[in-house]
Write a new protein. Structure first.
Length: 194
């Protein structure tokens, strides 16, 4: 599969990377519909934060689940999902208190690099939020913007729930406001260079 790899300041390459596989029974594999360049990606890109060798890029993503591990119970192949940049189990005491980004089993998605065609998502049941059906293409950027907000806030419901007062089945309840880290909402879609 193709994926973005950061080699050093201002040196991003689109390369062939190994296809992701199920490693843990709680994993899912997703074909990514859209990924995002986050503000935190720009620190190493600009040389402000050191880069230690080739590093897969990306941690904000949405896509269609292709495969799940044997222990995944709430996520199924074919579902459109929004993922958080912190993988969390959503069952530990810290998650149940609303702080998924501090989960005792958390994993940083940036180490896996979601600016790619496919990704392995650890702790899929706690990390991914599915929609009732795949959304229309014009709504995908809005879901991608939600990817940056799901885990770091710690004050909103997890997983987000449909807002009962709004007629759209695509809305989610969130008592906090967020915006993409990148002020221009830069995104890359499969089929074009990340």
């Amino acid at each position: 599969m193709r994926g973005a790899v950061l080699y050093g300041p201002r040196d991003v390459r689109l390369e062939e990377r190994d296809d992701p596989t199920i490693i843990e029974p709680t994993d899912a594999i997703a074909r990514l519909s859209a990924t995002c360049v986050c503000g935190s990606d720009l620190w190493p890109y600009r040389g402000i934060e050191p880069v230690h060798g080739p590093t897969p890029m990306g941690h904000e993503y949405v896509g269609i689940v292709e495969e799940v591990g044997d222990a995944v119970r709430t996520i199924e192949p074919g579902q459109f999902v929004v993922g958080s940049f912190w993988a969390s189990d959503n069952t530990c005491e810290i998650c149940r208190a609303g702080y998924q980004s501090s989960c005792i089993r958390r994993e940083l998605m940036g180490t896996m690099g979601t600016q790619a065609e496919r990704a392995r998502i650890p702790l899929a049941d706690g990390t991914l939020v599915s929609t009732p059906e795949p959304p229309p293409e014009d709504l995908i950027p809005g879901f991608l913007a939600a990817s940056t907000c799901l885990a770091p806030v710690g004050s909103g419901p997890w997983p987000p729930r449909p807002a009962p007062a709004r007629p759209s089945p695509w809305s989610v309840t969130a008592p906090w406001a967020c915006s993409p880290c990148s002020p221009h909402g830069t995104s890359a879609r499969n089929g074009s260079s990340p």
